[in-house]
Design a protein around this ligand. Structure first.
Ligand code: ADP
Ligand code: MG
Length: 238
């Protein structure tokens, strides 16, 4: 579970075509990173996969099923937002439990799942605190916890670390990579940070103006960049 295929997907806002016909396969269990400069369409692509934007044409298949008519909540994917999307008046427990309460799960099952996620994320001692009492890294873990409890087929991250300071970012990067090693669930991670892409990805998708410039492993891109844009962006010698 968690194979995502984009077939000739396009997206226009009014007259502006932001995503020209695009084909891409993300394999089950893969850690894929979408990287590229600001405005190149990374968030739009992620939102199309999540179902938060409608495709203008083309098809998105999630585990071989056409997702076109499937609303975001039924796609089996979990979007991880930056930590400021937490509810400040709710405890950590309630924040993590939120999607399960929406799904009308029983309280005992909710408690079990929330406590399981808290353990994985080292938040077990903070469940009764409010987000305001936590560090930036802990808050980001709560946002990830809210995704974990849904047991999604894939996690979608949109620049989740961009509002953390540099030292914290390095730590959270490692934590997210460890989470992937542990869960082996498909993850799609959007960033404009080349270092994040190079250190986290199984597969890097380099985007420029909605076009895929190159898809490959960090080593592929570093050693055999297809053009000057990729070489310049990844930082390999030309
Ligand atoms: P990135 O995440 O790579 O910075 P985005 O996907 O946010 O890029 O944006 C890609 C392009 O699409 C930009 O030119 C942006 O202005 C445009 N865009 C994104 N969302 C909308 C929208 N809702 N309406 C109009 N234009 C949009
Ligand atoms: Mg963006």
């Amino acid at each position: 579970m968690g194979r995502i295929v984009l077939e000739n997907v396009t997206k226009s806002f009014g007259d502006a075509q932001v995503i020209p016909p695009l084909n891409l396969t993300i394999e089950d269990g893969e850690f894929a990173v979408f990287v590229g400069p600001s405005g190149c369409g990374k968030s739009t692509l992620l939102r199309l996969i999540a179902g938060l934007e409608e495709t203008t044409s083309g098809q998105i298949l999630i585990d071989s099923k056409d997702a076109t008519e499937v609303p975001p909540s039924k796609r089996g994917l979990a979007m991880v937002f930056q930590s400021y999307a937490l509810y400040p008046h709710m405890t950590v427990r309630k924040n993590i439990a939120f999607p399960l309460r929406m799904a009308k799960m029983s309280q005992s099952e909710i408690d079990k799942k929330v406590e399981g996620a808290a353990k994985i994320l080292n938040l077990a001692d903070y469940l009764e605190q409010k987000p305001g009492q936590l560090s930036g890294g802990q808050r980001q873990r709560v946002a990830i916890g809210r995704a974990i409890v849904r047991e999604p087929a894939a996690f979608l991250f949109d620049e989740p670390l961009s509002n953390l300071d540099a030292a914290l970012r390095v730590g959270m990067r490692l934590e997210i990579s460890e989470l992937h090693n542990r869960l082996r669930t498909t993850m799609i991670y959007v960033t404009h940070d080349q270092v994040e892409a190079m250190t986290m990805a199984d597969k890097i998708v380099v985007l420029r103006a909605g076009n895929i410039e190159q898809v490959g492993s960090p080593l592929d891109l570093y050693h055999t960049p297809r053009n000057i844009f990729v070489a310049g962006f990844i930082g390999s010698p030309k």
